[in-house]
Design a protein around this ligand. Structure first.
Ligand code: SRM
Ligand code: SF4
Length: 516
């Protein structure tokens, strides 16, 4: 870290505890922690530093920990998925997993004393949780159909893996990048539909032609309780082989010059504001050591965003990928074993995840499709779900997250079922639930975004939402904004019904029994 960051600014309490002991230091202490038990741990180790290992103490369920994986480009093999299933299976009803809005998996119900053994298991199948929380780089997202889609411009898998390897020292932990001012999100898209929400990442690469194929670079996108911004063009175009080194340089600039005084003003965009885009660009160029090529005048994001639910032919003749709708991303051990089995029996053993919290099984031959579609798991994780269910996204919410102002996943599911029973829809409508202004459920990219809040009703404080609309994804992506504040959840159903009728062409089912 440079002098700029440490000596000229007052440190907030997070910076202080990071300066006292680096988060990654707990890697060598985890066996000892497991012996003494979490109750005896230092408060900062328990609540914060464990997150450098992807281990999250959950104040809502003390003693039942969450583990956040890293799944580059959202791709696992069946052995890896079976290990994840095996880990949660032993916790009975407490054991569950969620597909996250960053193509990733979080495991729940983990007993603290089991963690060293769980890490050993992860090692045997090449899985890592390292640096997946707190002031680290989050799971790096890429096209979920990379290498399968006949129309893709670039297969992002290798690049995403290389960036993760560089930043995490091949999953072992990298002290070079373990003390960033704040979290940092990276996405690369090689397809034409912006499948990763490039615009909401601190650093994103979108396909564009200039001196051949390459990427235009976007910087500074983020959501937070205080401020939400779409990423802005850096006016730089890079070749694929330059992506990893540019990533490294930009993360180093963020690490060394990012603002650390106020945690609410520490994401990359605040540094860009402080310096101005021109200075930021010049500094990156200077540190990168090569002259920038200016951005291609247009990028190649030309399509509406696809959700990948259903059956699609791959570029490999005779093979298909099948997108399964996993309602609100929630999985249990048996589901995961079964998904792994289906991937083995019908595909190539690979399973992929999307930022919409769904799963894809690729490489299913034409000849196996009909039998695949009769598998019982597909009755719950369908290829042709309702037009609201297929696009429903929800953050963790109050069940496990102590920031939450409302319960999200169960409420989202119940609301979706109720609305689908009342309405006939002609197209999918993307409804995103998020339990608080941190916006993990990305309400600003949704057709209808619901952000948890507390509302006064009849003299009582009740769960409510602020309603966002206007989020556009894919080509010409733009962030939605708040259109109605403080709607009690108990009054929400008729409001959503009206929005769907008036704004999205839904029609009332004649036979629908509408509660008044
Ligand atoms: Fe998030 C914090 C869950 C994607 C913005 N997020 C949290 C914590 C870790 C808070 C906590 O310790 O309890 C949540 C863990 C709850 C739990 O038990 O699951 C949490 N965030 C999630 C996940 C699991 C939501 C989901 O159900 O999918 C997503 C995990 C992604 C992953 O695999 O790494 C998740 N979080 C996001 C996104 C969406 C994205 O990345 O596209 C955002 C907005 C985009 C962004 O970051 O710019 C997001 N999470 C936040 C923030 C606000 C950041 C800020 O700058 O202020 C916080 C709070 C914080 O960091 O202080 C937060
Ligand atoms: Fe928790 Fe809020 Fe993020 Fe939902 S949006 S997971 S409630 S921090």
């Amino acid at each position: 870290m440079t002098e700029t960051a440490t000596t000229t600014e007052k440190l907030n309490k997070f910076e202080k505890f990071k300066a006292e002991k680096d988060g990654l230091a707990v890697k060598d202490e985890i066996a000892q922690f497991a012996q003494i038990g979490w109750e005896a741990m230092d408060e900062n180790d328990l609540n914060h530093r464990l997150k450098w290992l992807g281990v999250f103490f959950r104040p809502v369920t003390p003693g039942k920990f969450m583990m956040r994986m890293r799944i580059p480009n959202g791709i696992l093999n069946s052995s890896q998925l079976s290990v994840l299933a095996d880990v949660i299976q032993r916790y009975g009803d407490d054991g569950s997993a969620d597909i996250t809005t960053r193509q990733n998996i979080q495991l729940r119900g983990i007993n603290f004393t089991d963690i060293p053994e769980i890490f050993n298991k992860f090692n045997t199948v090449g899985l890592t949780t390292i640096q997946s929380g707190m002031d680290n780089i989050r799971n790096i997202t890429g096209d979920p159909v990379a290498g399968l889609d006949a129309n893709e411009l670039y297969d992002t898998r290798e690049l995403v893996q290389q960036i993760q390897n560089m930043l995490t020292h091949n999953g072992q932990g990298n002290p070079e990048f373990s003390n960033l001012p704040r979290k940092f999100n990276i996405a690369i898209t090689g397809g034409r539909d912006n499948s990763v929400h490039a615009e909401i990442n601190d650093l994103a690469f979108v396909p564009a032609f200039k001196e051949g194929f390459g990427f235009n670079v976007l910087v500074g996108g983020f959501f937070s309780g205080k401020r939400c911004e779409a990423a802005i063009p850096l006016n730089v175009w890079v070749k694929p082989k330059e992506v990893v080194s540019l990533c490294k340089t930009i993360v180093e600039i963020f690490r060394d010059y990012g603002l650390r005084a106020n945690r609410q003003k520490a994401r990359l965009m605040w540094l860009i504001d402080e310096w101005g885009l021109e200075k930021f660009r010049n500094e990156v160029e200077k540190h990168w050591g090569k002259t920038f090529v200016t951005a291609a005048p247009k990028d190649e994001i030309e399509w509406e965003k696809r959700d990948h639910i259903g059956i699609y032919p791959q570029k490999q003749p005779g093979l298909n990928y099948v997108g399964l709708n996993i309602p609100v991303g929630r999985l249990y051990a048996d589901d995961m074993f079964e998904l792994a089995r289906l991937a083995e029996v019908y595909g190539s053993g690979e399973i992929r995840f999307t930022v919409e919290q769904n799963a894809i099984i690729p490489n299913i031959p034409d000849s196996a499709l009909n039998t695949f579609l009769t598998e019982p798991l597909l009755e719950r994780f369908g290829v042709n779900p309702g037009l609201l269910m297929r696009s429903l996204v929800s953050c963790t919410g109050a069940q496990f997250c102590n920031f939450a102002l409302i319960e999200t996943k169960n409420q989202g599911l119940a609301m979706t079922k109720a609305l689908e029973s009342q309405l006939i829809l002609s197209k999918p409508v993307r409804i995103h639930w998020t339990g608080c202004p941190n916006s993990c459920g990305q309400p600003q990219v949704a057709d209808i975004g619901l952000m948890g809040t507390k509302v006064r009703k009849n003299g009582k404080t009740v769960e409510g939402v602020d309603i966002y609309m206007g989020g556009k994804v894919g080509k010409d992506a733009q962030l939605g904004t708040c259109v109605q504040k403080s709607v009690p959840c108990e009054d929400l159903q008729p409001i959503l019904r009206d929005l769907l009728i008036h704004n999205f062409g839904a029609k009332l089912r004649e036979e629908a029994l509408i509660p008044h």
